[in-house]
Design a protein around this ligand. Structure first.
Ligand code: ADP
Ligand code: MG
Length: 952
């Protein structure tokens, strides 16, 4: 039995994390990793793995451009160090004839591809391992021993298997037979003689992957890549073959969408995109439990393509390693923790690897015998006269497969190499040609959201005019295929039935047939967009001809991103990797007025302490292009929905006036009915993937079901949160009646409506208290009963209804810390609503704590927008009530202040407490000023209104 061996690698901060001033929340000692919660340092977790690598700090770039430790005391683990452990272990397994697998697991951007493949001179485990393999072979040449190496490269996306080394588009089939288990049919296995060939194949495969992923820019993080190096040692004298499959798997990004309660999307399971990774998790969990002694659990290998292909690696005939990659940044805490937990589970899995040794002769004999049997069966069936077409077809297929295998076995290594050589030559010519062009012409170099797929596609700009677009029907064309779809209307109808309200005219296209023209005259390059085509240069939308300068950034259509590289004479050996996808998107966001400076005022100081603000910025930059694409997909599919990205809680605070966590959200509008939905980021991202899936099927010419259940655009109509208003409770503690005019402000800080409401202290039967009962000293209230009414009278100037009068509103609020939400009755079809809501509350005995609460907190009222077809909001009402009908509030104070015996650091605590009270006093002062100003404001407003009324 061999346990799966697991390693964890902690990468350096990326640019975004550095910019955001992120804090490292991981420490590493030998093979133990400790991680702490950025919001509570005392909450730490420690994990132990077989190997752990610190690649976060203590490094320099040497003269070859490789990252290495910056001194003898540095604990930095460079690529070589990781290879020396993991790569060498793979090789040692392979030489002994074991199958061996290395899986890279982690969140997108955590360093899976860096570790497996590497970037530029920082070569990863796969290249270093292949290089080493060929070196060792050279040293071990013997007369009667032959070494054979075959290379294959597959991608699994959305359950389809794509051969990255084959010219054919389309997928391959996964089959199963008793001897081989699951296997991929017709995989291209390229025989290789040296390391350079492998390097070239990897480049070719990556290029194919890049081109596939430019259709929809995000697929690579959702696809798995499997590289297999088949290593055979043939002992010619003994007719024996020792064979090892070295599987190297760069898994899809492990990030999960939040699925808690209300965040859970009804369409979560509706897509296959997540299936492989989810199933992998289930398989690992089942195997881990079996290893811990649970009996005979079902292991769901068959549920996904990935797990079928990885069956030997997980609990089967393979020696398996896993490298989990993590970011140590505070903003990645949740994902990193979940990766560490996952990895911990994986290390329990037990495998049974055996040495794969085969006598070639025997294999040939076996295959021949089996074929004879198959032939016999077929003859029998035929003679029986029955028409069993299907059965014979299946037998024939098996027969043909075996014949092929026989031919394969009997084809000599030399013959195969010879065949491969021909292809090599062809590719070599292409490669040389591209190198030549790079030195001759300026070009557009692709920039993908996945840096591993960046700079793989180059469009050279030759002299004269070139037309950039979807179509190749121009003498000099630069063909760019983005999202967007060129089709005739008739075909559209054929494919996409059941479209209601089909607009006439042409569709919106992302990349137009003729999108822009690039002119190269006397070595001066300029670009001119066509018609309404979207062209963004360095973050700015352009409509007229512009000159291109070296390192200009171009976004064509919704999301085809290119870096312009000028003539060789303009190049200065710059580091092009600086211009990554985030660079493009930040630049765009900045022009749109959304950047760190804009958000900066919310940070406490220059470092912008608040990580949530920076997380929001990061989310914004990442989600924005997806929103653009969603709009594009919606347009192409003739859906009536538009999507807008907004930052929620930009201006909302809790009942103490502290900022709430900020997050991005997507506002969805049905442009025909005006109905509005608000989606969380998680829900949007999930829906976007399903939209891509639908879109892909549409482009592939399949019918798309109009089934609501699986429609990513459809959702039941709900009430929309429009904004919040705050009414300070302090007046209650003085038993003063408060008549308030306050604004409902939305998350952008803009006014949504004016609320008129009263907070009225009263006696138990509801009679308002008079002037005489006003308290000079609120502490008199302690120990006594307090009755008060919340009266909502009007809601005026409601923007939601100005936009569309068919709508309605409802107001909800929470009183003190009563668990239930109270609410007004809905009012429909009026901009100025008479609400008429009165509710009476009773506190049987006011405590000092409650008094403090009243002094420092506000009543938060939420304004909800009702729309056609939506249910009015019903809130659970199961309250304790006095005989007079008041709702009883049993105020239970906050745990922090009442838990006296728990905290031992008393002094520290009381010091903090003093600071806190001081801050509270200061806040109170500001709050009072604020309130006076606000009242003045209302008065002025009333005065102005009166004046203008008078004038009329
Ligand atoms: P993944 O494949 O997990 O999505 P990548 O391997 O592409 O992530 O890494 C994302 C970025 O982080 C790349 O720009 C890469 O160069 C950088 N990176 C990842 N790991 C390291 C590391 N150990 N040291 C330095 N840079 C790293
Ligand atoms: Mg990657």
């Amino acid at each position: 039995m061999d346990s799966v061996r697991v390693a964890v690698r902690v990468r350096a901060f990326n640019q975004t994390e550095k910019d955001a001033g992120c804090v490292c929340i991981i420490s590493l000692a030998l093979n133990r990793i400790t991680i702490w919660d950025p919001r509570n340092r005392r909450n730490t977790k420690t994990f132990t793995f077989d190997l752990a690598y610190w690649s976060h700090s203590g490094f320099v770039r040497n003269e070859e451009g490789i990252l290495i430790p910056d001194g003898p005391t540095s604990k930095y683990a460079d690529q070589r160090k990781v290879f020396n452990d993991l790569g060498q272990e793979l090789l040692s397994n392979a030489w002994q004839g074991y199958n061996t697998t290395l899986l890279a697991y982690g969140q997108t951007g955590s360093g899976k591809s860096y570790s497996m493949i590497g970037y530029g001179p920082d070569k990863g485990i796969i290249p270093l391992t292949c290089d080493e393999l060929f070196k060792t072979i050279k040293q071990n040449q013997e007369a009667d021993k032959q070494f054979q190496i075959y290379f294959s490269m597959l991608e699994i996306y959305n359950e389809k298997v794509i051969d990255l080394l084959s010219k054919h588009p389309g997928g391959l089939r996964v089959r199963e037979n008793s001897q081989r288990g699951f296997y991929v049919e017709d995989v291209k296995l390229v025989p290789c003689e040296n390391y350079n060939q492998i390097e070239q194949l990897m480049e070719e495969g990556t290029r194919k992957r890049t081109i596939a992923s430019t259709n929809i820019n995000v697929t690579s993080s959702r696809s798995h890549m499997i590289i297999t190096v088949q290593f055979k040692q043939v002992f010619l004298k003994d007719h024996l073959t020792k064979q090892s499959n070295i599987n190297l798997v760069d898994l899809a990004g492990s990030e999960r969408q939040k699925t808690s309660g209300s965040e859970g999307d009804r369409l979560r399971e509706g897509t296959a995109i997540n299936l492989s990774l989810t199933t992998l998790g289930n398989v690992i969990s089942a195997l881990a439990e079996i290893a811990m002694g649970k009996r005979m659990l079902h292991v769901p290998y068959r549920n996904s393509t990935l797990t079928k292909l990885l069956q030997p690696a997980l609990g089967g005939n393979s020696k398996t390693l896993m490298i989990a990659t993590v970011s140590p940044a505070d903003i990645c805490y949740e994902e990193t923790l979940s990766t560490l937990r996952y990895t911990e589970r994986t290390k329990n899995i037990q495998n049974k690897a055996v040495i794969n040794e085969n006598a070639t002769e025997r294999l040939v004999q076996e295959l021949k015998a089996e074929n004879a049997k198959l032939q016999l069966k077929i003859t029998k069936i035929r003679n029986s006269g029955k028409r069993v077409e299907e059965e014979t077809a299946e037998l024939r297929r098996l027969l043909a497969g075996n014949e092929l295998l026989l031919v394969e076995i009997q084809t000599s290594w030399e013959q195969r190499l010879e065949k491969a050589q021909k292809e090599w030559k062809h590719q070599f010519v292409n490669l040389m040609q591209e190198r030549f062009m790079i030195q001759m012409f300026p070009y557009l170099s692709n920039v993908n959201v996945d840096p591993q797929l960046t700079a793989f596609v180059r469009h050279f700009i030759q002299d004269g005019e070139s037309v950039v677009g979807q179509s190749g029907n121009f003498p000099q064309a630069i063909i760019i295929r983005g999202l967007g779809y060129v089709e005739t209307e008739t075909n559209f109808f054929k494919k996409y039935r059941g479209v209601v309200g089909m607009p006439s005219g042409s569709f919106s296209k992302n990349i137009a047939e003729k999108h822009a023209t690039i002119t190269n005259q006397n070595s001066k390059v300029s670009l001119e967009p066509h018609g309404q085509a979207r062209v963004i240069l360095n973050g700015v939308l352009i409509h007229t001809k512009v000159k291109l300068a070296h390192l200009d950034r171009l976004i064509l259509g919704s999301n085809s991103t290119y870096l312009y590289v000028g003539y060789p004479s303009e190049r200065n050996n710059e580091d092009l990797s600086k211009y990554d996808y985030d660079f493009f998107q930040s630049e765009l966001a900045k022009v749109e007025g959304f950047d760190r400076e804009a958000l900066g005022h919310m940070g406490r100081n220059n470092r912008s302490v608040d990580p949530s603000v920076l997380a929001v910025l990061y989310d914004y930059i990442r989600v924005k292009p997806m929103v653009v694409e969603a709009n594009q997909i919606s347009g192409d599919l003739h859906k009536d929905f538009s999507f807008d990205l907004e930052v929620k809680n930009l201006a909302l605070t809790d009942s103490r006036g502290s900022d709430l966590t900020k997050e991005v959200m997507v506002k969805v509008t049905n442009k025909v009915t005006d109905q509005i939905w608000v989606w969380s980021k998680a829900k949007f991202v999930n829906r976007k993937f399903i939209m891509e899936d639908v879109y892909q099927r549409f482009v592939d010419g399949q019918n798309i079901s109009e089934d609501r259940e699986n429609d990513p655009f459809w959702d039941p109509i709900e009430a929309v949160h429009l904004g919040s208003a705050y009414v300070w409770l302090q007046s209650l503690s003085y038993c003063i009646v408060l008549e308030e005019h306050v604004e409902f402000r939305n998350s952008q800080g803009k006014e949504e409506a004016i609320l008129q409401m009263n907070l009225v202290p009263c006696n138990p039967s509801g009679q308002p208290l008079g002037e005489k009962e006003i308290l000079i000293d609120p502490t008199e209230l302690v120990g006594h009963r307090l009755d008060f009414q919340v009266q909502i009278t009007r809601c005026l100037g409601i923007k939601w209804l100005k936009e569309n009068i068919k709508r309605g509103i409802q107001i909800s609020y929470r009183v003190l810390n009563h668990p239930y939400l109270f609410h007004s009755e809905p009012v429909w079809n009026t901009v100025n609503a008479k609400v008429d809501h009165t509710m009476q509350f009773a506190v049987k005995c006011v405590s000092q704590e409650l008094l403090n609460y009243l002094q420092n907190h506000a009543l938060v009222l939420d304004l909800w927008g009702l729309q056609e077809g939506c249910e009015e909001m019903v809130f659970p009402g199961n309250f304790e009530v006095t005989d007079k009908g008041s709702i009883i509030i049993d105020y239970v104070g906050s745990q922090l202040l009442s838990n006296k015996d728990e905290d031992k650091g008393d002094e520290q605590f009381s010091e903090l407490y003093i600071k806190l009270s001081k801050l509270e006093q200061e806040t109170d002062l500001l709050r009072n000023i604020n309130r006076t100003l606000r009242n003045d404001n209302v008065m002025l407003q009333t005065a102005i209104n009166k004046m203008s009324d008078g004038r009329e």
